[in-house]
Design a protein around this ligand. Structure first.
Ligand SMILES: Cc1cc2nc3c(=O)[nH]c(=O)nc-3n(C[C@H](O)[C@H](O)[C@H](O)COP(=O)(O)OP(=O)(O)OC[C@H]3O[C@@H](n4cnc5c(N)ncnc54)[C@H](O)[C@@H]3O)c2cc1C
Ligand code: SF4
Length: 338
């Protein structure tokens, strides 16, 4: 038994105070990732700061026509929220592609951003892993790397970020609101998660003494032409091998604005402004989609067991963009089953 202290934060300021005094402390929200990692001995927090009673569970309209989502809004409440279903259905589809209904009932918005990689070796303390134990080596580079990254990798780490929700948030250009000892700040979603470089132990640019308080969505929701496609080994309860979030604004048959983000392929949701620019003003057809896929995947590099992901991603991008252009309805099979 590894002992740890437990405290319940009274308010955001109290949570920030608590995390600032104990560097080995961790916030706990739904606990669906942190508790597993504590059981595997991957995470060993000296103190758990329970944030579940903080008033961060509302979805509110913002003055500029967007939405502000509290960090403690459960994933299922968010996916089924009327304003999300109507104005940001891409986000709803991505959330419902993840985990299971029971997990989504527990999982929080903030926790989803902060969940850790599913690299097999990260979760196996008998093996070297630079993310878990900096400087020990990367077992995946020459190991079983079927689920690992093909873009943005480094010699230190080839892990992927496992979230579905974050792929949609990247495409929608959300902002992450955080609070810390020196006040509040907002981080563009594209700057929130990091590439591994030579510090793979750092997943995000959130400081150790900061808490996520909310996610802000801009007004533009791409509610008509969008698609989230997740390709995985099982139809449920499995992480993405490759996922694609695509959102288009069309003018007749031409693309006015495009967003494209990949999941399952990098240490963070993968976007490239040049791939989106390649779609701009083009007819919404397979030639334009193939070109965007080529640009988005340039620089992709496979390892012994995951080279298949490059072609899989290419075909998935073309298919997802075609579904978005056609306004193909999204399948939400577990809708409203709690
Ligand atoms: C079997 C299984 C299958 C899954 N499948 C998928 C899937 O297919 N797709 C997918 O996207 N996800 C999947 N998940 C992951 C799930 O979505 C995450 O575990 C969940 O979103 C984490 O949220 P939580 O509130 O439970 O976080 P917790 O476990 O409570 O916390 C996770 C981390 O976030 C930190 N944290 C939590 N809230 C905050 C905050 N407000 N500010 C700063 N730090 C914070 C904690 O300190 C901790 O480090 C799966 C999980 C399981 C167990
Ligand atoms: S890929 Fe990253 S998480 Fe996986 S073993 Fe290597 S260092 Fe660890």
């Amino acid at each position: 038994m590894i002992n740890f202290d437990y405290v319940r934060a009274r308010d955001v300021a109290d949570a920030v105070r608590e995390i600032s005094v104990e560097p080995a402390a961790k916030f706990i929200a739904g606990g669906t990732n942190l508790i597993d990692l504590m059981k595997y001995d991957v995470e060993r927090p000296m103190r758990l700061i329970d944030i579940t009673r903080l008033p961060l569970n509302n979805v509110e309209e913002t003055a500029n026509g967007g939405l502000r989502i509290g960090a403690l809004v459960p994933n299922s409440d968010l996916a089924y929220h009327t304003l999300i279903e109507q104005r940001y259905p891409l986000l709803s589809s991505a959330i419902l592609a993840g985990a299971s209904q029971q997990l989504r009932n527990m999982a929080s918005t903030g926790g989803n951003l902060m969940q850790r990689t599913r690299c097999f070796y990260f979760c196996d303390v008998a093996t070297p892993c630079n993310k878990r134990d900096p400087g020990s080596g990367c077992s995946a580079i020459n190991g079983i790397n079927r689920i690992n990254a093909i873009l943005g990798t480094s010699e230190a780490c080839i892990a992927t970020h496992p979230s579905d929700m974050c792929v949609a948030l990247a495409a929608l250009e959300a902002k992450v609101h955080v609070a810390g000892p020196v006040g509040e700040r907002a981080i563009a979603f594209s700057d929130f998660h990091r590439l591994p470089g030579d510090t793979p132990q750092m997943d995000t640019n959130l400081n150790a003494n900061e808490i996520i308080t909310a996610i802000e969505l801009p007004a533009q929701g791409f509610a008509t032409n969008y698609s989230y496609l997740k390709i995985r080994d099982r139809l449920s309860f499995a992480f993405a091998l490759v996922s694609v979030a695509a959102a288009l604004e069309l003018d007749g048959g031409r693309i006015k604005d495009a967003r494209l983000a990949l999941g399952g392929v990098a240490h963070k949701p993968w976007r490239d402004p040049e791939a989106e620019a390649a779609l701009g003003s083009q007819p919404a057809d397979s030639n334009a989609f193939a070109k965007a896929a080529e640009v988005l995947l340039r620089g992709a590099k496979g390892f012994a067991h995951n080279t298949f992901k490059i072609d899989l991603a290419r075909r998935a991008i073309v298919r997802t963009l075609a579904q978005a252009a056609n306004g193909t309805p999204q399948i939400q099979s577990s809708k409203k089953i709690r």
